[in-house]
Design a protein around this ligand. Structure first.
Ligand SMILES: [Zn+2]
Length: 136
């Protein structure tokens, strides 16, 4: 994140605006639990990949997420684990129940073919959420 010296109010506002989209809040909850590739997030959020990539780029540019490449998959994880505590605090302020929060992080996805969801598939399997499995 760009450091705006002597402007803590602006820095905090900037953080809030980067997190200020529901898809980004969902992404942070999901990857806080376990790193995920773009196609996994696409399957879970049901948002097209180009849009997910834009969100991830914004979060990455801010230094909130970091990546790890494994073969043809790039995995995203939280670079600042404090972010999840921050969102949990926000949930507490809003008196959101633990039960509703769990729905955000502990989702299961059946239509995803990423190595995390379908470890039995070989490494050449292309991750294509919500579509038949395609092999090269
Ligand atoms: Zn997956």
């Amino acid at each position: 994140m760009n450091k705006l010296l002597n402007n803590p109010d602006k820095e905090i506002s900037q953080l809030l605006s980067i997190l200020g989209q529901s898809a980004r809040v969902q992404i942070v909850f999901i990857i806080a639990e376990q790193e995920a590739c773009v196609c996994h997030l696409e399957a879970l959020l049901d948002i097209r990949q180009a849009r997910i990539s834009q969100h991830l780029m914004a979060l990455r540019k801010a230094g909130f997420v970091t990546t790890r490449r494994d073969g043809r998959h790039v995995y995203y994880r939280l670079a600042k684990p404090e972010l999840i505590h921050f969102l949990l605090q926000a949930a507490e302020i809003l008196q959101i129940t633990t039960e509703s929060l769990q729905k955000l992080s502990s989702r299961t996805e059946t239509n995803c073919t990423c190595p995390r969801c379908k470890p039995e598939l070989d490494a050449k399997t292309v991750c294509r959420p919500n579509s038949p499995i395609i092999k090269n």
